[in-house]
Design a protein around this ligand. Structure first.
Ligand code: ADP
Ligand code: MG
Length: 254
């Protein structure tokens, strides 16, 4: 879709766990070319919403449309193939594998469960090409200088960035991140924010950023959607949202 028009549409999405309504008829759009922040206090339903979007969980009702296609019942692997890439709230890299191999795995979203099955099926020319592509992704995120370092040796901030490189290897249209700034130092957060801006501005990637950390999203996102107790509280421009008394109350646990 053209910049500024809806790429992802969430319409009245609902998800229950037993008697608990984790996501209660939430609707919002992510427009092509923007960074949309989905924020809210702990337990608001952000990760559940993230899992609905990426196909890790099914909705009980409501619909999700991506690039004009209904993906409400689409399986996770097919959502990845349709062009939505995700990262995980808790880093799920292969710590004893190199940066390069971690990124190469990202190019095969279909083989997520059978880890090596995709890589082993490549012939030598294909593998060389995959290796070259992975190196390009590492360079794109600023980790191109040490491709053979083990992922587990990186500081946390760089591990998060490596995870983004791995997500980019699948060549997504929409990148969905769950709390990428959690636990990072101030300098690491700044580096991450600069990368996300560059992906939007230079690579025309659309990004949905699920975050608890309000300060991290300010100055980075184009718009904010706030969830609280499973419901959408408000959406709008970052500054206006931050000043809204309902948001302040939700964040102070009022
Ligand atoms: P957030 O990411 O905003 O912190 P979550 O989406 O993780 O919120 O959780 C929203 C609510 O749903 C919480 O009350 C949480 O305990 C509950 N919840 C999340 N996942 C499950 C699950 N798999 N089973 C039962 N309850 C869950
Ligand atoms: Mg969460």
């Amino acid at each position: 879709p053209a910049a500024g028009t809806p790429l992802l549409k969430v319409d009245q999405a609902e998800r229950r766990f037993g008697g608990l309504i984790a996501v209660n008829k939430v609707s919002f759009d992510v427009n092509a070319g923007e960074i949309l922040g989905l924020i809210g206090p702990n337990g608001a339903g952000k990760s559940t919403m993230f899992n609905l979007l990426t196909g890790a969980l099914q909705t009980n009702s409501g619909s999700i449309t991506f690039a004009g296609k209904d993906i409400t019942r689409t399986r996770q692997s097919n959502i990845a193939q349709a062009g939505i890439a995700r990262t995980f709230q808790h880093v799920k890299l292969r710590p004893k594998m190199t940066l390069l191999d971690n990124v190469m795995l990202g190019a095969y979203p279909r083989t997520h469960t059978g880890l090596f099955s995709g890589l082993f099926r490549l012939n030598r020319a294909e593998e060389a090409s995959a290796r070259y592509d992975a190196l390009q992704q590492l360079e794109r995120v600023g980790l191109g200088d040490k491709p053979f370092e083990l992922a587990g040796n990186l500081p946390l901030g760089n591990q998060r960035i490596l995870e983004i490189a791995r997500a980019l290897a699948a060549d997504p249209v929409l990148l969905v991140l769950d709390e990428p700034a959690a636990g990072l130092r101030r300098g690491e957060k700044q580096q991450l924010a600069a990368l996300l801006k560059s992906l939007r501005d230079n690579d025309k990637l659309t990004i949905l950023l699920v975050e608890h950390d309000m300060e991290f999203v300010m100055g980075l996102v184009d718009r904010l959607v706030v969830m609280d107790f499973g419901e959408k509280l408000i959406e709008g421009q970052p500054e206006a949202v931050r000043e809204d008394p309902r948001v302040q109350e939700a964040y102070l646990g009022g």
